[in-house]
Design a protein around this ligand. Structure first.
Ligand code: T6T
Length: 324
């Protein structure tokens, strides 16, 4: 059985090392042309609690280790918007860039150019399909998170009925893995039928419209898995507008302040919170290790936890922040 009987499940403790990249030359300092004491974080989007929490963790760790730290965020989760931000950061030649690539393939060229300029690249949260560019990648076990969502939803809907996945943007490594993990896990729940995956383009309003349209076509909709913050916030709004609160069970990834309010109000039945601050802090550790010629861990997995209304007070520390 993949899921514990309790609804709150802490998934593994930290770190799965799938490969080690060792650069123990004994030399300290940047091998590239950049400022070895400067780190820049490029998150997926500005003003978003997941990335703000990541920034808080990264900046505290950079300060602890004595690195200069800056954040340059695209206004939108979009490779076309993130690329010029990255290009601008590369022109200033920091020692390392921590980046959440907004597309698994479209960001490969600009990130390769950054690497070719001698800058160490660390992926935080999302990742490229091409694993040759980053020194290290730090993220939740997103596929397992999708499985956890399926098993948690199965309990809520009594293991039967039509269920829908609302994903954000195709090509987002993390949420694609969550959707796939969820759909694959449905094979263990034959009474639940999949209505497939629909995309909200990281816009909450689109997720709300998807709910409205799905309810019109499938009034017996039993449950929804929303793969990230925008899809979960929008799905909750859609269910509220349709007066289906509590009747259609909703599980959302992430734990923004609005998602936490939705959980409290009973609009959402469970949240799967990640550890964005931990992802940011570990990203800084790996960037520093790469710059200092120390051993770098190629893949690191961070914790997730499923939180329900019953245990939300005990799990406040997992809620995302609007400011550090
Ligand atoms: O779910 C997070 C992140 O893990 C994902 O890669 C993109 O969406 C979020 O930032 C939430 O909006």
């Amino acid at each position: 059985m993949r899921v514990a009987k309790r609804t709150a499940v802490l998934l593994g403790t930290v770190v799965t090392v799938s490969a080690m990249l060792v650069s123990c030359s004994g030399q300290v300092g940047n091998t590239g042309a950049g400022d070895a004491k400067k780190l820049v974080l490029i998150p997926g989007a500005a003003d978003e609690p997941f990335y703000i929490s990541m920034q808080c963790g990264a900046q505290a760790e950079a300060q602890r280790l004595g690195y200069d730290f800056d954040t340059q965020a695209p206004t939108k989760f979009d490779a076309g918007v993130q690329t010029p931000v990255l290009t601008g950061v590369v022109a200033n030649k920091p020692g390392a860039i921590l980046i959440a690539p907004t597309h698994a393939t479209a960001m490969a060229n600009p990130m390769k150019q950054a690497k070719d300029a001698g800058i160490k690249i660390v992926e935080v949260d999302t990742a490229l399909d091409d694993t040759s560019i980053a020194e290290s990648s730090i993220a939740s076990d997103n596929s397992k998170g999708g499985e956890l969502a399926a098993d948690t939803l199965a309990k809520l809907v009594g293991d039967k009925g039509p269920v829908l996945v609302i994903n954000t943007k195709a090509g987002t490594s993390t949420t694609d893995a969550r959707a796939k993990g969820f759909i694959d896990a449905l094979s263990d729940h034959p009474g639940m039928t999949s209505l497939g995956v629909q995309y909200n383009n990281n816009e909450a309003a689109q997720a709300a419209s998807i709910i409205t349209a799905t309810l019109a076509a499938h009034p017996d909709l039993a449950g929804v898995f929303a793969t990230n913050l925008s899809s979960a916030e929008g799905a909750a709004t859609g269910l509220r507008n349709a007066n289906k609160l509590g009747q259609v069970k909703l599980i959302g990834f992430d734990a923004s302040p609005k998602q936490v309010e939705d959980l409290k109000a009973g609009t959402v039945q469970a949240l799967i919170a990640q550890d964005p601050a931990g992802i940011g802090a570990k990203g800084v550790d790996e960037a520093a290790a790469a710059l200092e010629g120390k051993q770098v861990t190629r893949t690191i997995q961070t914790d997730m936890i499923a939180i329900t209304q019953a245990d939300m007070d005990a799990n406040e520390r997992y809620f995302y922040k609007r400011e550090c």
